[in-house]
Design a protein around this ligand. Structure first.
Ligand code: TXA
Ligand code: MG
Length: 331
């Protein structure tokens, strides 16, 4: 059972005070924890980039309390974008739209578009409703690392730099939001998430999938992203047992993230069975990778996941995590 918590009056007050003073506040969403700053205060948003170690041209998502704020931040909202917002907000969906004049270049990374999302987590809702303005927030991790799904992940990684960390329990979804960008009326899926292409397509009519030359840049789609420090190697599903055996030869310690139990027990292998249900697997993915990263193993072998659409966001994150590793070292 996922605990979903609400903020106390005192917590909320201190978070609001920090935001208004241009400081950073980490807060839970249903996807992952965000590192928030007042989106209307460019100096505060710049602080996010410093703390994350993130290049300045990477845009951040502006979080809003409700759909009624959409037109304050986007200068054009195609009908199909509005329908998506009505259907899926509050929830794990981000819309990339032409930015309104007031949106700072620091937020958009110098682009003419802005990413907007209304999260559903009750604590995020409380904070946004009380703050009234937009809260700019990327995931609350260092650049290129795994997104945090619990308050203690944020504390470990960014604790000293953040004024307030609101603890809303474990994030229900555990993977970042689905991103859909609009160029005119054309919708394009830039990042897969809990809301799938099959759910979006009937609402927008036609949906392109993946970035093209003209698409807005999505830095999360550069390869070395969402990665633990330990090299991740993606292994064809049927070979996971034999590869675990081979990699652990001579007593070398190897970590495995799989969707089933091992066929036989392997010595010196730390094996996590994350289950065969995509939702549950996605919920635990970053937490498991963090745990395996700390287990002192030389490699993390990941059993490749099914091809079905329910696994699309998971496949995407696993491929990025594996892209950072060099399997030729693994001899
Ligand atoms: O679930 C989420 O989306 C979480 C929670 C905290 O809301 N946030 C998150 O933020 O994942 P971040 O910064 O880690 O990823 C946001 C992605 C980045 O890949 C960024 O490049 C893309 O959104 N993005 C932001 N503004 C954009 C824009 N104007 N055009 C294209 N992509 C944009
Ligand atoms: Mg991120």
């Amino acid at each position: 059972m996922v605990r979903v918590l609400r903020a106390t009056e005192a917590e909320l007050e201190s978070a609001l005070r920090s935001l208004r003073a241009g400081e950073l506040v980490a807060f839970p969403t249903e996807t992952v924890y965000g590192l928030g700053a007042d989106a209307g205060n460019p100096a505060a948003v710049r602080r996010i980039f410093e703390v994350k170690g993130r290049p300045a041209h990477h845009p951040v998502i502006v979080h809003l309390s409700g759909i009624e704020q959409l037109h304050d931040w986007a200068r054009e909202v195609p009908q199909s974008a509005l329908r998506l917002a009505e259907r899926f907000w509050p929830g794990p969906l981000t819309l990339v739209l032409p930015r309104a004049a007031k949106v700072s270049e620091v937020v958009t990374g110098g682009q003419d578009t802005v990413a907007l999302r209304v999260p559903s987590h009750p604590m995020a809702q409380q904070l946004l409703a009380a703050f009234q303005g937009g809260i700019a927030a990327p995931s609350a991790n260092r650049y290129g690392r795994l997104s945090p799904t619990r308050a203690e992940h944020v504390r470990e990684e960014l604790g000293a730099a953040v004024s307030v960390i609101l603890d809303g329990g474990e994030c229900q979804i555990g993977l970042e939001s689905t991103i859909v960008a609009f160029q005119g009326r054309q919708a394009r899926l830039l990042r897969p998430g809990a809301i799938t292409a099959a759910q979006i397509r009937p609402v927008v009519g036609e949906l392109e999938v993946g970035a093209d030359e003209a698409s807005p840049r999505v830095p999360g789609s550069t390869t070395v992203h969402y990665a633990p420090a330990t090299p991740v190697i993606l292994v064809p599903a049927g070979q996971i047992d034999s590869r675990a055996e081979a990699f652990s030869a001579g007593g070398r310690r190897v970590a495995v993230l799989a969707w089933r139990a091992p066929l036989a027990s392997h010595s010196s292998v730390t094996w996590i069975n994350a289950g065969q249900r995509a939702q549950q697997y996605g919920h635990g993915l970053y937490d498991h990778l963090r745990a395996l990263d700390k287990s002192g193993c030389r490699w993390i072998l990941v059993q490749d996941v099914p091809d079905a659409e329910a696994w699309a966001a998971i496949r995407d994150r696993l491929r990025r995590a594996a892209a950072a590793a060099r399997p030729e070292e693994a001899t």
